[in-house]
Design a protein around this ligand. Structure first.
Ligand code: OAD
Ligand code: ZN
Length: 283
């Protein structure tokens, strides 16, 4: 497996021993600490995961309420299976006979609207507090909430992407041809969803853009991610190793919690609007 291939590292996880430098016990105190860290930082980069969209009705992947708990963990060779038989993959797509977890996720994605956490994050971008968001989500809700400096490392389900030339096409302007798998109109190669499959390399230009932002950051805000899926999760460790202040917003412990400077143990849709209020009150 190549370095940039998307891979779940949950199995390799063991709980960290180190305790956070400033683990504040109640969300309110933690929020104040987070607001202070954000205002004293020069360049804040947020990294988001499925938890950001939980209040939009999109199930997370991992955790007790997650898709894996309900349907079992999917195979990690999705991209290989796509390449082995793209025609079969597209046939399952057209006949809506993909894995049950994919169908459930898709139903949720189709109805989802940005929630108060997305809007609060967009407000933090507008006010200049957050410079860039590196998102692992494919739901497009951050863009719909108005975020502009957004790197969707795992792609966007509302788009198609050619595996040959990388051309992205919005789904609503793409006319599926009679022929499957759909050929790219630019280069004739195969079109798939823009979302990155397990075992598929994250497009290198997206990883490079995300890494460049992490290298600029003196503070990272990790929101609703289990920090388990490489290579993106590694960026948070790089930020931490480079001395950035690390803030986590997550109702549950993650492998990152032990090295965080501030941990806000709350749902994103509660914590982020609270943070925005504190920031606008000048905390
Ligand atoms: P996970 O499902 O692994 O983790 C979701 C995280 O959100 C967990 O740590 C939860 O504790 C937390 N969480 C749950 N509810 C929350 C809430 N209301 N507010 C804040 N946090 C909450 O999701 P990711 O870390 O995003 O890849 O997973 C990474 C990648 O794995 C995804 O991008 C996806 C998947 O394979 C692709 O789709 C390509
Ligand atoms: Zn192409």
């Amino acid at each position: 497996m190549a370095q940039n291939d998307i891979v779940d590292t949950t199995a390799a996880y063991s709980s960290p021993n180190a305790s956070p430098l400033t683990l504040t016990s109640t969300p309110d105190t933690a929020l104040v600490a987070a607001a202070k860290a954000l205002t004293s930082a020069r360049y804040v980069v947020a990294m988001t995961g499925a938890g950001l969209s939980a209040e939009s009705g999109i199930p997370t992947f991992r955790g007790d309420d997650g898709l894996w708990a309900k349907f079992g963990e999917p195979r990690m060779d999705g991209y290989k299976r796509f390449l082995d038989d793209p025609h079969g993959w597209w046939r399952r797509e057209v006949t809506q006979t993909q894995d049950p977890y994919v169908l459930e996720l898709r139903r949720a994605l189709e109805q989802a609207q940005p929630n108060p956490a997305h809007h609060a994050l967009a407000g933090m971008e507008r006010s200049g507090v957050v410079k860039t968001v590196i998102s692992q989500n494919v739901d497009g809700l951050e863009e719909r909430a108005g975020l502009t400096r957004l790197i969707e490392v795992h792609g966007n389900r509302s788009k198609y992407r050619c595996i040959g030339c990388g051309r992205r096409t919005p789904r609503d302007t793409f006319v599926p041809p009679a022929e499957l798998p759909p050929p790219c109109s630019e280069c004739g190669s195969i079109v798939k969803y823009d979302s990155v499959m397990f075992g598929e390399p994250v497009p290198p230009e997206r990883m490079a853009a995300a890494r460049a932002e992490i290298d600029r950051a003196d503070c990272v805000l990790a929101i609703g991610t289990s920090v388990t899926v490489r290579p993106v999760s590694g960026l948070l460790w790089i930020a931490e190793a480079q001395g950035a202040t690390v803030i986590e917003v997550n109702p549950n412990e993650t492998r990152l919690s032990g090295v965080c400077d501030v941990v806000v143990r709350a749902k994103a849709a509660d914590a982020l609007p609270g943070l925005v209020s504190l920031l606008s009150a000048g905390t």
